[in-house]
Ligand binder design. Sequence first.
Ligand code: SF4
Ligand code: SF4
Ligand code: SF4
Length: 249
Amino acid sequence: MSKPRIAIFDFACCEGCQLQIVNLEEELLDLIGAVDVVEWREAMSEQSHEYDIAIVEGSITRPEDEDRVEIIRSRAKILIALGACATIGGVNKLKNNFDLDDVKECVYGDDAKMPHLDTAMTKAVDEVVEVDYKVHGCPIDRKEFTYIVRCLLLGKKPEIPEWPVCVECKAKGNPCLWEYGQVCLGPIIRAGCGARCPSSGFRCFGCRGYVDEPNVNAAKDVIEKYGLSIEDLKGKMILFGSTQGPTNE
Ligand code: SF4
Ligand code: SF4
Ligand code: SF4
């Protein structure tokens, strides 16, 4: 049986999630033994138009990016969005809160009108094409990435946590950071990172995006207890691009 062909592509991003894959080291060698990597700009010079699984890192920020990701989608049987830039727009979506001409001038100064620096509103990959699986986080969790890829190789559907970060945080016995005046997004953000930030004393910033069907009423109770509103939480979500609220408000 032939090995599945995998191609890895990047759009607007820092490439930190690809770096996480490279950092898998020995486990990466195991994975590479089970697949045929046909394109990966960060690690090899070969290119191919024929692949079964496309892994897309980065957000879509220009019209030509939309054309490119549509072509990738048309060639792939399975498309995986890799990291917050791809899954929710990530930090690149910050610019959507400002006038784009102002953003360009702020970044590029006198060069802002040069055609190759043109830009558009940032989109997550699934705002342009259908995405089959998402590897959440900024950066991704290496274990979760290998778990998802291994499931696909075995023909199994990966199970991505559908509960909030608070569940993992409580299981670890962490004191709640709300008690210390931090507006932690744990109640509305998808778990899977092992509550990495609250476990180190930092609030959850929301890099894994909203959990499906958050228990908004329970979250509201907690938020109100501390004299805030769900709008205050949404305001904190701007950093990672989830400017729309939880779905079951
Ligand atoms: S999600 Fe974070 S680490 Fe990954 S490419 Fe985007 S900015 Fe970099
Ligand atoms: S709000 Fe934050 S600190 Fe509090 S339990 Fe949830 S994840 Fe932990
Ligand atoms: S705690 Fe929140 S910000 Fe930190 S890694 Fe997990 S989801 Fe991302």
